[in-house]
Unconditional design. Structure first.
Length: 129
């Protein structure tokens, strides 16, 4: 009986953890980066986490620009989206671009754990840079 209770409790806790995929096949990296410029709209705390993940300090003269987007579906005014609902509440996307050309992009959805999605994105960045 205790084993059954333990198993059921474990299933409940495991099923509550968000396990959204990480998308990163949007762009093709063509050359090695040696600097990054971080968008001035990124909060300082997020900027420090990104700098740690990419291992590049902010270089305002660099041609490669990092952008962070934290999108929340509640901000969407499309009536179809609001009536159908969604499996997620938003997504976190980090993009590196050179002018209009995409160099690198990584994204992860979230249901209720925005910080968890940001951590997943940062972990993916650490793996690739």
């Amino acid at each position: 009986m205790r084993n059954i209770i333990f198993i059921l409790t474990s299933i409940i806790f495991i099923s509550c953890q968000e396990d959204f995929p990480i998308y990163d096949k949007f762009c093709t990296k063509k050359e090695t980066l040696n600097c990054l410029s971080y968008d001035m709209l990124i909060k300082d705390s997020d900027k420090k986490r990104l700098q740690n993940a990419f291992r590049f300090e902010d270089n305002k003269s660099c041609k490669y620009r990092v952008q962070l987007l934290k999108y929340h579906i509640r901000d969407c005014n499309n009536p179809i989206v609001k009536s159908v609902g969604s499996d997620f509440n938003g997504y976190i996307r980090v993009t590196i671009s050179n002018g209009l050309n995409c160099y690198y992009k990584v994204q992860s959805d979230f249901k209720d754990d925005e910080d968890g999605a940001f951590d997943r994105v940062l972990n993916k960045i650490r793996q690739e840079f």
